[in-house]
Design a protein around this ligand. Sequence first.
Ligand code: ZN
Length: 233
Amino acid sequence: MGRTYLKHGALALMLGILLSACSGPSFNMFGGQSRDEVERNRWRDEAEMQCLGLKGAMVTAFVDRKAPINGPGVCGIRQPFSLSSVGMGLADIKPAATLNCQMVVAVQHWLRTVVQPAALIRFGQPVVEVKNIASYGCRTRNNERGAKLSEHSFGNAIDIAAFKLAGGREISVKDGWDSFFGISREAGFLRAVHRESCDIFTTVLGPESDRHHQDHLHLDLAQHNSQGTHYCK
Ligand SMILES: [Zn+2]
């Protein structure tokens, strides 16, 4: 059963599929190349610079900074961060994720306000580790030749495969999403995280989106349109 949440207006459902994330077919606007492949969309730099201002700087103050990533092509991050834990060691991100400023702020907020409450409600214990299987990487969506660049190419996306609870139990998207017909505690936890992630990220893709997301949640901050539409499935 597919679920789609559209926020701040609609009409952009298909556009959302085409314009974001690690999914979607090739979409050519500029003589065979998408705009991102010709020049980096201005909103990316604006979002990053805004984040690196006072508010973002407070959130990222204790996060390791890395050297700028320039290219290949338009890929890269002006000021990349290596996010290895959230909440001063409250939960680890393993392995550490290379992300832009906006994603660092969003992932920290997500851990505190979405993941931990969902875990405490269902398991009575917090998540202590989040398994990251992809963050920055200069590549096309789903690594398909000719496809549009993925949000991962800008450090603007993360793929999460599993969560480990304080007691040691691991809840993976691959095994937990449909466990006991999708109504187990694990499934309830994963589905709640997926659903509520849509409040924070502009793209959320899980096992019900397509065959490329059977074992992880893709979370990104793509700008789908000027209305700020969120695409979550
Ligand atoms: Zn992804």
